[in-house]
Design a protein around this ligand. Structure first.
Ligand SMILES: Cc1cc2nc3c(=O)[nH]c(=O)nc-3n(C[C@H](O)[C@H](O)[C@H](O)COP(=O)(O)OP(=O)(O)OC[C@H]3O[C@@H](n4cnc5c(N)ncnc54)[C@H](O)[C@@H]3O)c2cc1C
Length: 502
C-alpha cells in the first residue's frame, strides 16, 4: 500500500476539519501547517458562531454553500459530541418589520425546501413573542428556523486539532508556507520558513491568505477582507434573548445578529465592510460601524441591554471570494493542488461537510487516490473539565485529589490553577512551541469575563511562568514577539527564580 503525503495549509476551522477527516486513513501521512503560534486564530476566532440552518443560500448561485451548509449543520451534532465542543441549538428568528420583509420570507421558505432545511416557517404575534419575548413590538412576523445552533468556534478548532493529532496528524505551528513547489505540472511539496515539506497533495486552507498561496500554484484570484465588528456583553446582563435574532439579510451580509453565546454572554454584530486587498490583518474597530450595529440591534429588540454592560468590542475578517462562490477545487495542473479558498460564511457551519467533500469528491474521485481506513481511528476527544460547571461535591472531590483546583485564578469565569496547567500541557501535547496567555485564554475561558483579564492576567502569567520555569514578564501574550513585560518592574517583582534585572 502506497502512502501519500498530504500538507494542509492553515489550522483554522476548515484546515483542521480537513486534517481530522484525513486522519481516518492509514495510507495518508498528514502535515497541518500553521503560521501563527497557535491554531484557530484567523477568521475562525472572531465570528458570529452561528451554525446556520442553510435556508439563506440559493443553490443556483452558490451550489456548494447551500449543500454543504445543511450537511455541516447536521454533522456538527455528532462532531460536537465526539469532540466535547460546547454547542447549543436555540433556533433562529429572522424578523420582518414591513410587508415587504414578509414577502421576502417566501424566498427563504423556497430555499429551505430546495436545500432540505426542516421545519422553517413564518410565525406571527403570540407565537413570535413566545419564541422570543424580547422581540421588538414593531416586528410584524418572524421566519423561524429551529435547526440553528451556536458553537464556541475556538473550542471547535481545538477539538478538531487535538483529535486529528491524536490520530496521527503532525501539527507544525510557526510554519509559514512561502511557496508551492511544482515540477512538470505536479505538486512536489511546499517551501516554508522552516524548510521543505514534501507532499503529493497540498490543500490550501489559508483563509485570508489563500489567494496568495493559490497564485504561487498558478491559480489566480483575489480574496477581499470583509470586516465585521461586534459588541460582547457581560454574562448576567438583562434583558436578554432566547433565540438567535437577526434581520433580513442583504447581498453582502446576513445582517446584525443578537445571540447568547455558549458561554452565556450576549453577542451583537457584525457589520460588513470591504477593506483593501492588503488589509488582511486589520481587525481594528470603528465608531462608525459600532454605532451602526447598536442602532440596528435596537430595532430588533423590545428592550436593549444597557451599553454599560459591554465588556469588549472586537472585529473579525471574512475571506470574501470573487462573486461570493467558495473555491473548493482540485486541478489537473498543478495536479495534487486543492483549494479550500474564499471560505466566507457559512464555512464555520459547513467545515465538517467541506472536509468530507474534499476527501470524497476531490481526493478519492477526482485525484483517484484509494484510501484505506484505519481500524483504530478514535473519533473522541475530551475538552478541559470546567471547574465552574461542576456541583459542589465534585468540586470538593477534585480539590482533594489536586489542591490546584482550590486556587481560583480567574474570578469572573472561576478558572482554577489546575485548568491553567492542563491548558499548557494540552498545548505542549499537540506541539505548540510558544505558550501564550491567549492560548491559555482560548482553552480555559480565563480572561474572557467581565474584567477581561485586568485582575487575573498577571496571576495567570505568574502561574504559567513558574510552571514553565521562566520569568513571568517573558511569557508571550499573543505572538512570539509580544512578551508581557520588559523586565522586573513593580507588577513583576522578582520572585525566587528568573533571570531578569530588578
Ligand atoms: C464577522 C464574521 C462572521 C461570521 N459568522 C459566521 C457564522 O456565524 N457562521 C458561519 O458558519 N461562519 C461564519 N463566518 C465565517 C467563518 O468564520 C469562516 O468561514 C471560517 O472561520 C473560515 O475558516 P478557515 O479555516 O478557512 O480560515 P481561518 O480561520 O482564517 O484559517 C486560516 C489559517 O491559515 C493560516 N495561514 C494563512 N497563511 C498561511 C501560510 N502562508 N502558511 C501557514 N498558515 C497560513 C492563518 O494563520 C489561519 O490560522 C463569519 C466570519 C466573520 C469574519
Amino acid at each position: 500500500m502506497e502512502t501519500k503525503k498530504v500538507v494542509v495549509i492553515g489550522a483554522g476551522v476548515v484546515g483542521s476539519a480537513i486534517a481530522r477527516v484525513l486522519s481516518k486513513y492509514q495510507n495518508l501521512e498528514v502535515f497541518l501547517l500553521e503560521k501563527n503560534i497557535d491554531v484557530g486564530w484567523g477568521s475562525s476566532k472572531a465570528n458570529s458562531a452561528v451554525i446556520h440552518p442553510g435556508h439563506e443560500d440559493d443553490p443556483s448561485k452558490y451550489p456548494l454553500r447551500s449543500k454543504l451548509c445543511v450537511r455541516g449543520n447536521r454533522l456538527w451534532h455528532s462532531w460536537a459530541e465526539e469532540l466535547d465542543v460546547p454547542v447549543k441549538w436555540p433556533g433562529e428568528l429572522m424578523l420582518a418589520f414591513s410587508e415587504r420583509d414578509v414577502e421576502k420570507f417566501q424566498y427563504y421558505l423556497d430555499l429551505a425546501e430546495k436545500n432540505g432545511v426542516p421545519d422553517v416557517k413564518i410565525v406571527y404575534s403570540d407565537e413570535l413573542r413566545e419564541l422570543e419575548p424580547n422581540a421588538s413590538p414593531d416586528a410584524i412576523a418572524g421566519l423561524w428556523a429551529p435547526t440553528a445552533g451556536l458553537i464556541a468556534p475556538w473550542d471547535a478548532v481545538l477539538g478538531l486539532v487535538e483529535n486529528a493529532v491524536d490520530n496521527g496528524v503532525k501539527l507544525f505551528t510557526e510554519t509559514e508556507v512561502e511557496d508551492i513547489v511544482i515540477e512538470n505540472g505536479i505538486v512536489k511539496g511546499v517551501q516554508t520558513n522552516r524548510g521543505f515539506f514534501e507532499a503529493d497533495i497540498v490543500i490550501n486552507a489559508a483563509g485570508l491568505y489563500a489567494d496568495i498561496i493559490s497564485k504561487k500554484a498558478g491559480i489566480d484570484f483575489d480574496i477581499t477582507p470583509r470586516r465585521g465588528e461586534y459588541y460582547l456583553l457581560e454574562e448576567d446582563v438583562q434583558p436578554r434573548v432566547k433565540r438567535i435574532v437577526h434581520q433580513v439579510p442583504t447581498e453582502i451580509t446576513k445582517g446584525v445578529f443578537i445571540s447568547e453565546t455558549v458561554e452565556g454572554n450576549i453577542l451583537i454584530g457584525p457589520s460588513a465592510e470591504n477593506l483593501p486587498l492588503d488589509a488582511k490583518d486589520d481587525v481594528s474597530t470603528t465608531k462608525k460601524y459600532l454605532d451602526y450595529i447598536w442602532e440596528s440591534a435596537k430595532r430588533l429588540l423590545a428592550k436593549m441591554p444597557p451599553k454599560s454592560s459591554v465588556i469588549k468590542t472586537f472585529a473579525g475578517l471574512r475571506a470574501e471570494p470573487p462573486s461570493g462562490r467558495w473555491i473548493i477545487e482540485a486541478y489537473d495542473n498543478p495536479k495534487g493542488f486543492i483549494n479550500a479558498a474564499g471560505m466566507r460564511s457559512p464555512a464555520l457551519t459547513s467545515s465538517p461537510a467541506i472536509a468530507e467533500y474534499i476527501v470524497n469528491e476531490l481526493i478519492k474521485n477526482k485525484l483517484g487516490v484509494k484510501l484505506v481506513e484505519k481500524k483504530d481511528w478514535n473519533p473522541y476527544r475530551k475538552g478541559i473539565k470546567k471547574f465552574k460547571l461542576l456541583d459542589d461535591r465534585k468540586k470538593e472531590e477534585l480539590i482533594k485529589e489536586n489542591p490546584k483546583f482550590g486556587n481560583v485564578l480567574c474570578m469572573c469565569k472561576e478558572v482554577t490553577e489546575a485548568e491553567i496547567i492542563e491548558a499548557i500541557e494540552r498545548m505542549k501535547k499537540i506541539g505548540i512551541k510558544t505558550i501564550s496567555l491567549d492560548g491559555i485564554k482560548f482553552r480555559t475561558t480565563s480572561m474572557f469575563g467581565w474584567c477581561q483579564g485586568s485582575f487575573c492576567r498577571v496571576r495567570i502569567a505568574r502561574v504559567a511562568a513558574n510552571y514553565l520555569g521562566m520569568p513571568e514578564w517573558k511569557i508571550f501574550v499573543k505572538d512570539n514577539k509580544s512578551s508581557y513585560g520588559v523586565g522586573y518592574v513593580k507588577t513583576f517583582f522578582k520572585t525566587s527564580q528568573g533571570d531578569g534585572e530588578v
